[in-house]
Design a protein around this ligand. Sequence first.
Ligand code: SF4
Length: 633
Amino acid sequence: MQCNVCEVRCEIDKHSMGRCGTYVSTGNTVIQYPDMGYLGALPVSIEAVPLLHFYPSGKFLQVFSTGCNFQCPGCMARMPASSRPSVQQASLRPSEIVEKALQQECLGVVSAINDPVANYYLFRDLAVQAQEKSLLVGCSTNCYFTSETLEEFGQLVNFVNVGIKGYSDRSYRNCGVNSSAPVFRNISRLFDMGIHVETSVVYSKGNEDDVIKVAEAVSEISSNIPLHVMRFLPFGYAPIELEPSVGDAEKICSDLRRYLDFVYLFNSPGTELLNTYCPECGSLLIEREFHRPFGSRLVKPWVSHTCSCGGSIPVQGKAATEGFNETGFMDSYSISQDFSMVHAVLTCLGVLDDYKLMDVWGEDKLMNVWSKVSDSKTLTQIHNMIRQPYSYLEFIRFIAEIANMPEKGEELVSFIHKRLKIVQNLSAGKSSYNVYYCMGSPLFSLNAGRMENNLVTFSGGVSINKQLQKEGKLGVNVSPSFINEHNPGVIFVSGFLSRPLDEFYALCQKYRIHAEAVTQHRVYEIPPSWDFGSPRWILGLLYIADKLHPGKLGVDLRKEADDFYLQFYGMRFKEARPNRSFHRPSSGIWPHTQTLYNDLKIEMQKQGSTKNFGNEIIQPFNILPAFNIKLKG
Ligand code: SF4
């Protein structure tokens, strides 16, 4: 049987579930995998999806499930996207989602994180039931639907954010499908059907021309369609060299505004290009700030969509006068971060990971652990444990016990504990520095209670971030005067999203930040994932202590890094090609296949189960080939 939901058009038989692994054949039709439901349902503001011109600050119930028809390098939602429904431990039916949305006074439901293409029949049931209760319905999608499915899909949704992979077919082949043409065809059709459409495109180094062509193509449909430029964040296999600086991303956004009236820049804390400016006169109309990767939030409610010059912004739906902001811990982003942090500990315990290896044993172990930690009480417990150096040791023990690997857990605890003692002894003398911790821009301050600021305090520094009363998802925008008044002697730039130091100093000059750290050149970039998210924060702590107590730490940081990487990742630090993943120390192939393949039997994937896939994929990131891998014996 052929599945006609998307243009991959998989052949599905009793041995195959199609590319997304979520459909089965009954013999005369293709249906959704039985018992499939949604894995999570949490309220978000619409800007978190993101959509910026639709019911601003409106509260929507965001749902996600498993599976995806694309296999994009560096995908941040890799875990839900590549999981199979058979390992779902808990799932919500459409009727339960609708009930929750009504109970929580949401304006509607939105499917995000994994693609609704992979759950189309489930999504259709949800949309029909939601519409019956007058809820709005939408999703973020790669929009690779067939024309026939799109006609029906267009009747089900009020709004979509289409994630465009690029203009060229090559950019789509990178994700394992043939062509970009169906996506632009579908955007045009949805727009004509009166659906509210916003678009997103990833900008990575080297794809500038492609991104410009995307803007041109979207402008041919309508120059009013917002384009969200996602600065590429290299997770998984993707190398860090592909991450453009925030400055480069701002420049390309300015170029794109020649084609489109509304171009927004994401994944770039502190940028002014998340704001809406009047396309007629250029006046600032509304400000937004970075809320988390791929998300934003309004600084204040956006009530009037008309400029004083008379120009108006095409915004659909009434703005919420009291905007909803998902704060606290129980939201989808925090939960996915939490999952990544659990995963990061498991990696250090030896639960290794690869797309294909997950199918063999890694995923089962991961999902087994995940199912035991994903209730709200445990998540809150984890959230508290990962914020302080010593309580993090309890987090390791907790995960190691669930994974049934207590000895491995103690090895990791022992390594970290020994270094904590060294820093604790050193910091007893206190550092004289006020310290400021920011991310991506001098104007984006990390939240007071975060691990990074607690590492500063643990090292004897005085964290000025702790003076801030307000909080965002990761942090908040601050004014230059806040930094100047507290005059930090040292500034650390987070290792999660970075800005090169030359750009950082240029921004300090632009914003007239003249703190001692800037004038004395004591601004330091923390190496990727050395300060939060991964047990590698212990190396970040040594790094911070060394900068706050120059010449007094008494350990060779490079040797410490080598020891850690060898003991817990089986590689030397100098061999690692960093990226932004918490759970893996290196981009490219890791762990080294030579060692792993000794224990594995590799078979070519059966033809037919993944039509149009496997023979034309460009593999710039050393992605493992499309093999089935099984443990020998
Ligand atoms: S990728 Fe998924 S939705 Fe697309 S045709 Fe294959 S099974 Fe159907």
